[in-house]
Design a protein around this ligand. Sequence first.
Ligand SMILES: [Zn+2]
Length: 295
Amino acid sequence: MRKRAGLVVLVVALAGVQESVAETMRVTINKTRLYQGDVLKIQVIKKSTAPFIVNFLNREYKSFQLGKDQTVLLGIHYQLKPGTYSLTGAYEAGPNFFLPIYYRITVKERFKPKKYFPPKRPPEVQREIQARTDEFQTVFDKGDLKPLFSEKFSWPLRKIYIPSDGDFGDDRCAGRRIKKVHCRYHTGTDFRAAFDEQRSKPEKVFAINFGRVVKRGYYPNTGNVLVIDHGAGIFSGYLHLSRFLVKEGDLVKRKQIIAVAGNTGTNSIHLHLFIRMNDGKTTVDPMKFLQLLTK
Ligand SMILES: [Zn+2]
């Protein structure tokens, strides 16, 4: 609090001298009222490459060069408690001249908290599932802090069509749908991935941006899965693939063909895409992410 007050005073004191700098510089945010699962983009619009840092929910985010502007990308977890939160920071516009960054971010409810009771399984089966889930999570623990991309994102398929039950946040229920207690949120977007008449010919899958392949594996529920670390805490995951065309450790380019879609771990050919942000800790709505960042 004391630090922020200091910065404000500094800006006032130097505003007269540095007016020309201030005029050519602007901090922008894509929105301040948003929903759970949404994505925030904070930019300093200026012909400068100096990075800046913002704080949100006790976490620091360092900006990086995205296109022409220094940018911070951060995700609003789809289960973050609705409410108003502060986003603070400062941009060093010149020697001893800081432009304070302060926004009140209002998060509205889109996904009510859901209690999930896993279906009754023998303990050894449950343990095995838990062990595989934990192993998968470790992928997000050692992400690249530096961004591996510097331009906008792109779509994962040649054509984009989302079937009516493919949205992020739809109910996904284990076993019979009537057992509501076994339902949880769909934490990705399902894209149709076969466009021939019989819907039997799976499409090629593209990397949505530059990055490194950090996971290539098979899991009972996801089938064949690839995860790409894009750096800056951002990961994309591609599920139900029939063929892998890259391997773990490979650096991939934006729009590079990385796999062929399929129906492994599911019963129809589709691509389930997930997006994790904030060091892989935050699941966001992939459509919100792509609609914002493919422009
Ligand atoms: Zn899905």
